[in-house]
Design a binder for this molecule. Sequence first.
Ligand SMILES: [Zn+2]
Ligand SMILES: [Zn+2]
Length: 213
Amino acid sequence: MIQAFEFSPFQENTYVIADETSGDAIVIDPGCYEQAEKEALSQFLDARKLTLKYILLTHAHLDHVFGLAYLKRRYGVPAYLHEREQVIYADVPTRCALYGLRGYEHSEIDAWLKEGDQFQIGSLTLDVLFTPGHAPGHVAFVNHADRYIVGGDVLFRGSVGRTDFPYCNHNDLLNSIRTKFFTLPDDYTVYAGHMDPTTIGHEKRTNPFVKIN
Ligand SMILES: [Zn+2]
Ligand SMILES: [Zn+2]
């Protein structure tokens, strides 16, 4: 089961992935900013009696980590990020101040993840792919059994991740899409960091920002 929430003024998608049999769960990119959003996320987990095991981050832009401190404190579970995101993550308090976002609470990353790592809850497995470009240590999480990728801010429905921020690289972004996303089967669903889901095949055929040949 995968459940999406859209949080914060940045309209960021936070995902809960749960293994129905064990009741174990993973949260990817906790972007809940307002207190009501944080409670909506924890109420979803608590009402279903889900046991949160991991918090995984596709990258460390502020809109993807607003709720990290809250979730870590409430559930006492580790947060994982790619090591190359350290520079981005360390900058979040400053960037929040620039945006005038006063409610942000910074917390610790517990462990680094990398391509090839797997996260398991019950019989559900997520495979980590390294997908830099929008951010230097951006990763995506693939569930091959259920045929989807939680892709962060790399490939959107009809669009691609921005590369006009510090530490972005547009060629790396296109390379990540071509070599990591477009090599997945066409029917795989893409759950992105913003906007509605899409599929690999739909974006291969219609995405104006990525030419296949
Ligand atoms: Zn981003
Ligand atoms: Zn984002």
